[in-house]
Structure formats: structure tokens, C-alpha cells
Design a protein around this ligand. Structure first.
Ligand code: SF4
Length: 95
């Protein structure tokens, strides 16, 4: 080994998204909660705050959460959606 350029190659990413049936169940349940909440979205500030938490989270892979399998850019918008690890700050805009 020359010691150059190997950073990252030996890192093993152990997190995997849930199985497809589990992802489908998570999506169906989240959408039902979103519709029941009137399809409301969070404020721009709340959205940014959620994604900042995801940025610092080990479960994030690109735009995806390995814990639930959801697309974070969409998931972070819905007021009824929640972080499976409860890392997001509770929403203040509940009117
Ligand atoms: S939704 Fe929660 S668990 Fe998933 S990446 Fe964001 S902070 Fe991490």
C-alpha cells in the first residue's frame, strides 16, 4: 500500500435502508398522517432546521434516511412527518 488515496475505501457503511415492504409501510403510514393533518407543511425555518439535524446524522446517505428509507427533502416538508430517532425539534407552527 502506498498510503495515498485510500481514505474512505476501508470505511464500511453498515446502515442500510429498511426492506422494501417496510419502506412501503412507512410511506403509507406517513402519507396517511400527512393527509389527516391537512397536508400542512412546515415553515422555511423549520424545514432548514430539520435538514440541518439530518446533515449531522449518521443515518443520512445523500437525500435519504437509512432509518426509515424516506427522501429527506420531501419528508422534512410535511408537518406530520417525524424523525424516526426523534432528532427533529418539535414543530411550533401548530395552527
Ligand atoms: S430523519 Fe432523523 S434519523 Fe433520519 S437522517 Fe434525519 S435526523 Fe437522521
Amino acid at each position: 500500500m502506498n498510503g495515498k488515496g485510500n481514505e474512505g475505501r476501508n470505511q464500511v457503511q453498515t446502515s442500510r435502508p429498511p426492506s422494501l415492504p417496510r419502506q412501503a409501510w412507512n410511506l403509507a403510514r406517513a402519507l396517511a398522517e400527512f393527509v389527516a393533518d391537512g397536508c400542512r407543511t412546515v415553515t422555511a425555518e423549520e424545514y432548514r432546521g430539520r435538514l440541518e439535524m439530518c446533515d449531522a446524522c449518521d443515518e443520512r446517505r445523500g437525500n435519504r434516511c437509512m432509518k426509515c428509507g424516506c427522501r429527506l427533502s420531501l419528508k422534512a416538508r410535511g408537518r406530520a412527518f417525524h424523525c424516526p430517532l426523534e432528532k427533529w425539534v418539535p414543530i411550533q407552527s401548530l395552527c
